[in-house]
Design a protein around this ligand. Structure first.
Ligand SMILES: C[S@@+](CC[C@H](N)C(=O)[O-])C[C@H]1O[C@@H](n2cnc3c(N)ncnc32)[C@H](O)[C@@H]1O
Length: 269
């Protein structure tokens, strides 16, 4: 079941146009495999309602459902939700996934959750601090006492920013007609404002290898510095169980971390 509740938020509307390359995008991202394993294990261990905010095409949720977990997926992009529904049905787990079409700053559950997650840097789609605060408060309100909130974010070092600014050939794949498509990516990184503009473009070629057309897409992102992430969680009322620097469970250290993965808890039982 998909319940439409509110119009797509700005970044989710960008995903309506991003959806058809999302598979290639995640398959070619180094973090995607390890973050999927990590979140699926957390869903299976939760023992109660599990909610994934920004569920996207169900890359994580459907695998957890295939392993027996019921998941509520929240997303404001109807196109991504259609992909999630299709993936769930193809995997034969449509009855274990409930989808809510709404903004993750205002989502509401019928029953308090044991676990709410916001995977794959998706908190960064809220590009202002007040919007992030609103989301953190909403998660807190929708969790049961003792319930957990897990999210991950970029660790933006000068090296990471330099890598993002490079133009990279992300993937090559065939079109439906069997001709080549090249997918490129680069980003504008504003370190002062902590904003990232991800620019991707697909080059389509003729059978003779001549450029035929190009499609451009854009995603607006942002990041939190670790101190700000901590303050955001504490300000919303959470206690912090752990901050990891990698999906293999390594504790966070600013010198070595590839990610910041926050595991927070709503006080009480
Ligand atoms: C990076 S994708 C993550 C998808 C999935 N969790 C994964 O790990 O592959 C981010 C998702 O968040 C959704 N999204 C972005 N901003 C949102 C918002 N304010 N409310 C609800 N969904 C939002 C997008 O539509 C997109 O599907």
């Amino acid at each position: 079941m998909t319940t439409p509740r509110s119009p797509a938020a700005g970044s989710a509307a960008q995903y309506d146009t991003f959806a058809d390359i999302y598979d290639v995008w995640t398959e070619t991202a180094p973090a995607a495999k390890s973050n999927r394993r990590f979140y699926v294990e957390a869903y299976l261990a939760a023992g109660g309602p599990v909610v994934e905010l920004g569920v996207g095409d169900g890359r994580i949720a459907v695998e957890a459902a295939a392993r027996g977990c019921r998941v509520i997926g929240v997303d404001a992009s109807p196109v991504m939700l259609r992909r999630c529904r299709k993936r769930a049905e193809q995997a034969g787990v449509g009855d274990r996934i409930e989808l809510l079409e709404t903004d993750f700053r205002t989502f509401r559950l019928d029953e308090p959750a044991a676990l709410v997650t916001l995977p794959y840097h998706s908190i960064g789609h809220l590009t202002s601090v007040p919007a992030k605060r609103q989301a953190a408060h909403q998660v807190f309100n929708q969790l049961r006492p003792g319930g957990r909130f897990i999210f991950d974010d970029f660790v933006m070092t000068p090296d990471a920013a330099a890598r993002m600014r490079q133009v990279q050939l992300r993937a090559t794949y065939p079109s439906a007609a069997g001709t080549d498509i090249l997918l490129w990516v680069t980003s504008l990184v504003d370190e002062k404002a902590r904003l990232i503009k991800v620019i991707t473009w697909e080059d389509h070629f003729t059978a003779e290898g001549r450029p035929e057309w190009r499609r451009y897409r854009r995603l607006d992102l942002s990041w939190l510095d670790p101190d700000h992430a901590r303050m955001l969680l504490l300000g919303a009322g959470f206690t912090i169980d752990a901050c990891l620097g990698s999906f293999d469970g390594t504790p966070f250290s600013i010198d070595t971390a590839a990610e910041q993965i926050w595991i927070a808890r709503k006080p009480g039982r």
